[in-house]
Each structure stands twice: as structure tokens, then as C-alpha cells.
Design a protein around this ligand. Structure first.
Ligand code: SAH
Length: 342
């Protein structure tokens, strides 16, 4: 098994069968995590990029079975920030020293193209890089955001298992999601994708396909997190994903895509109190601290037990920075764009 990992360190390529064999064997986990850490240091160095996350609306027209923001969840208190509030949080993020803001929301029809374009332009004047994470849009909409100044876009494929995708996403299409990722690439965004680990009926075979898919689409960023069952969704009785398996999928992704940006996700920290630091030592090089203030954090309840819901943005910045420096890593002072190999 070590030979397979050594091959990945060297060639950044594995067959599906090899990936499955590693996912199946927990005796090599430590070697896998150390190897991903080694490849991370070799290709993207010791810098950790902080991206300030603004969760600006929890209103969503979709019904993804796993997600607390799904439109049929009548228990969730809904909120929508005004454009002025979003811009204000972005300004504050810049004042805290962040170089990127990530604007994330449910698929909220209120934010028409003109409104978003205006928000993006105003935030650009703070010299921030902008990442959008607002779901499936048309080519023209993505183009308008890009022209306004958006730099990156996060759209997880969630799972590449088409049957499972269909079960999890009523009235959505796998093909359209893939097309969105292609459109974003064509428009020269830095494209982020990723998957959930531990969905009901998800197999190691399909997780191996997910990892190969990330390579196939030439992703610039990949976010991987365990699925955490939300009591107010149809999957409330599901088991959920394990921290360890999510970490393995993430580590394998680092071995196969050595130069990309990989966040230590919040969902990892929800399952393990030191989850983000462990992820940073197993292949990750990005953290996305929340810069949304007040009660909005609690209301953006994708899954239960979300960390830091009662903390202020200033506290989050200090808390994560201290932890990152304690493991001998640096807080990056640049934008942290994906540097590909020549
Ligand atoms: N509307 C945007 C943002 C979705 S929320 C979009 O479509 O991209 C961001 C991510 O949260 C999702 O991509 C999903 O992978 C993750 N997520 C949703 N429900 C979850 C749950 N119950 N456990 C863990 N992660 C979840």
C-alpha cells in the first residue's frame, strides 16, 4: 500500500482501483496524511490563505436532501442581508487583513444580476479578491459577475454518482452542474468544486470517481467535508460521514492535484475540535473564517453544531491565526491564487 502512496507522491496519478484500495485500508492512514502534508509543503509551501466568509442569505429555491437551507425546511428562520450590509462586512474583512472574501448563499432569486454586479464592483474597490458560492446560474450571469470583478467560484459537484446525485437533488440535473463548472472554466474563473463524504448509499468506488473528476475538470480549489445530518431535513436519521474518511479523500486529492488550494473545512472542525488544524497538516492550505456578524451566523444552519456561531469576526481571525502559527505555518499576505506548474 505504501508503494501506491509513493507512486502518488511522485507521479500525482493513481488508478481508480488504487484509490479504492487506499480508502479501504485504514492501517496506512498516518502515512497517507504525512505524504499529503509533504506534497502540500513542496508545492504550495507553508503559507495558509485566509478567506473571509460572508454568508449573506439563507433563502434557497432548491431542495437538496442533506442541506438545512432547503426550501422545505420551514423551521429555519430565514434572513437576507442588504447589499449595503454585504459591502460593509466586506469592508470590515479588508480591515481585518483578509485578501479574499467569499460570498456564499442559498439560491436566492432576490439577488438579480444587476444587484450582484453592483455589490461585486463596490467590494472590488477594497482591493479584495472575490469568490462567489451562490449556486447554478446561466453562462451570461457568470459572465456578468466575472466582468464585474469576481475572481473565483465555488460549486461543489457534491457527488459524481449520478444515481445518488439524483436522489439527493430533486429537480436538479447532474449534467447542468457539470456544465456550470465547464462554463466557469471557460470564463476564466478559478474554479472550485468538491464533494460531501458519507452521504447515504455513497460508496468508496464513487468517492474514488469524485477524486478523479476533480483532476479531469482541472479544478483550482477543492473543498471536501463530511456530511453532517441536519434534524430538519429528510436525512435526519442518516449516519453521516466520518472525519477520518473525509480527511482521507482530502489527502488523496492533495496527492493527485498538488498545486491547488484546499480548504480545511468548517464541517471537519464540527466533527473534531481540532479538525481544521489536522486538515492543515494533512494536505490543506486554506481556512475560511466567518466574517458575518451577529445572529446571522446561527441562522445560516446548513448542518447542526456549526462552530463559532457566537464568536465575533475579530475573535475568529485571532483564534485561527494563533493556531496556524502554533503549528509553524504562516498567514499568507498575498491573494493566494492557484499557481500552476509551468
Ligand atoms: N448554494 C450554494 C452554496 C451551498 S452551501 C451552492 O449550491 O453551491 C455550501 C456547501 O455546504 C454545499 O456545497 C454542501 O457541500 C455543504 N453542505 C450542505 N449540507 C451539508 C450537510 N448537511 N453537512 C455537511 N455539508 C453540507
Amino acid at each position: 500500500m505504501k508503494n501506491i502512496i509513493d507512486k502518488a507522491i511522485d507521479k500525482h496519478n493513481l488508478t481508480k482501483e488504487e484509490i479504492i484500495s487506499i480508502l479501504n485500508d485504514n492501517s496506512i492512514n498516518e502515512y497517507l496524511f504525512q505524504s499529503a502534508n509533504y506534497v502540500r509543503e513542496k508545492f504550495v509551501g507553508n503559507d495558509v490563505h485566509l478567506r473571509g466568509l460572508i454568508e449573506f442569505s439563507n433563502i434557497c429555491k432548491c431542495s437538496c436532501k442533506y442541506c438545512g437551507l432547503r426550501k422545505d425546511n420551514s423551521i429555519l428562520e430565514r434572513f437576507r442581508l442588504t447589499p449595503e450590509e454585504i459591502i460593509d462586512f466586506a469592508q470590515k474583512a479588508s480591515d481585518y487583513g483578509y485578501k479574499t472574501v467569499v460570498l456564499q448563499s442559498g439560491e436566492d432569486g432576490f439577488f438579480k444580476t444587476e444587484i450582484l454586479v453592483d455589490i461585486i464592483k463596490k467590494i472590488k474597490s477594497f482591493n479584495l479578491a472575490i469568490t462567489l458560492s451562490i449556486g447554478e446560474k446561466t453562462f451570461e450571469e457568470y459572465k456578468a459577475y466575472k466582468q464585474a470583478g469576481a475572481d473565483r467560484y465555488l460549486l461543489r459537484i457534491e457527488t459524481t454518482d449520478k444515481e445518488l446525485y439524483k436522489q439527493m437533488h430533486p429537480n436538479m440535473s447532474f449534467e447542468n452542474r457539470v456544465q456550470c463548472l465547464k462554463n466557469l472554466k471557460e470564463l476564466n474563473y478559478e474554479v472550485g468544486s468538491g464533494c460531501l463524504v458519507g452521504l447515504p448509499n455513497q460508496t468508496l468506488d464513487s468517492l474514488a470517481n469524485d477524486i478523479l473528476f476533480f483532476k479531469e475538470i482541472d479544478a483550482d480549489m477543492i473543498g471536501i467535508g463530511p456530511f453532517i445530518p441536519n434534524p430538519n431535513t429528510p436525512l435526519h436519521k442518516a449516519n453521516g460521514g466520518s472525519f477520518e474518511l473525509a480527511l482521507k479523500v482530502m489527502a488523496l486529492t492533495r496527492l493527485l492535484l498538488p498545486t491547488i488550494n484546499i480548504p480545511a473545512t468548517t464541517a471537519m472542525e464540527t466533527l473534531n475540535p481540532n479538525g481544521r488544524i489536522i486538515a492543515l497538516q494533512s494536505g490543506a492550505n486554506v481556512v475560511m473564517p466567518n466574517v458575518t456578524e451577529g445572529d446571522y451566523r446561527r441562522k445560516y444552519e446548513i448542518y447542526p453544531g456549526k462552530i463559532c456561531v457566537n464568536d465575533t469576526p475579530a475573535h475568529c481571525k485571532d483564534c485561527i491565526s494563533t493556531k496556524i502559527q502554533a503549528i509553524g505555518r504562516n498567514i499568507s499576505t498575498d491573494y493566494g491564487f492557484h499557481k500552476k506548474l509551468c
